[in-house]
Design a protein around this ligand. Structure first.
Ligand code: ADP
Ligand code: MG
Length: 258
């Protein structure tokens, strides 16, 4: 059974089908890449899966369980975690504070715990930060000494790593990465590519859906690529399959063939 599956997943914004009839499946341990021209619906697809947008029609399932229409925190509880195309960090806060802020989704303490068991809450926060910090240092050991440095003063790639580490706290089974190399230079992009491979080595069963424009990353990281154009899935296969697919070439070159 697929870990995550969508059937005819669609969303309409004021007459425009931003995502239309997308059938998609990913199994445990797989890495799948999403590519497509700007505005082709890649981010919107992840937004529906993660509950930020409600599908107009179609369904999404995690391990066969219908998750369509669930709220983002409920979908997170089903094991789906994500990062965003634009940074969600508070740049005037330290690395550690950003990790604390990001932990609220994985926190189990209730209002009762906050009021009457503050030590229990503190321990939970501390354990979450420690978990995120361990992941962060797995990417870059130097960051352990930089945990009280303001995020605006650390390199862009390390900021991306904070977001990914935060998303990995609580051991999600599915990680959605929306353009993790956006804004990185060529060298940093290659480092990020290795980081994603490191996630796979550390957490063998995790499945990752990665939106990415850099075709070198797409060649090296995912085992399968899904191509979007104008909200629809127009091709799917290995890197070799999709770069030689006429529909894909036309979509990228602005051709009319579909
Ligand atoms: N909240 C929204 N309201 C209206 N249109 C939207 C909204 N979100 C996305 N869209 C539209 O959906 C289309 C797909 O956008 P997006 O998923 O961000 O593309 P991509 O990530 O592939 O670049 C675009 O035409 C965009 O303008
Ligand atoms: Mg996008």
């Amino acid at each position: 059974m697929a870990l995550l599956e969508t059937q005819k997943l669609s969303i309409n914004f004021g007459g425009l089908w931003a995502v239309k009839d997308v059938d998609f499946a990913i199994h445990s341990g797989q890495v799948v890449g999403l590519i497509g021209p700007n505005g082709s619906g890649k981010t919107t697809f992840l937004n529906i899966i993660s509950g930020i947008y409600q599908a107009t029609k179609g369904k999404a399932y995690v391990k066969g369980e219908d998750i369509t229409g669930l709220k983002p925190f409920q979908i997170y509880q089903k094991g789906i975690s994500r990062t965003y195309q634009s940074s969600r960090l508070c740049w005037d806060l330290s690395v550690a504070d950003n990790l604390v802020i990001g932990l609220y989704t994985s926190q189990k303490s209730s209002l009762f715990d906050v009021l009457f068991r503050p030590r229990h809450c503190n321990e939970e926060i501390y354990a979450g930060v420690q978990e995120a910090m361990d992941l962060l240092c797995y990417f870059n050991p130097d960051l352990v000494d930089k945990r009280y440095v303001l995020t605006k003063n650390i390199p862009h790639i390390d900021r991306r790593r904070i977001e990914i580490s935060r998303a990995l706290v609580g051991s999600p089974s599915i990680l959605l990465l929306d353009e993790p190399t956006a804004g990185l230079n060529e060298e940093e992009t290659m480092t990020m590519m290795k980081d994603i491979q490191k996630i796979k080595e550390k957490i063998a069963d995790i499945c990752i859906i990665i939106i990415e424009h850099d075709m070198q990353v797409m060649k090296e990281v995912p085992e399968r690529i899904v191509v979007f154009n104008a909200g629809e899935k127009i091709a799917e296969g290995t890197y070799h399959d999709v770069v030689n697919d006429l529909c894909v070439i036309n979509a990228y070159l602005g051709g009319a063939e579909r």
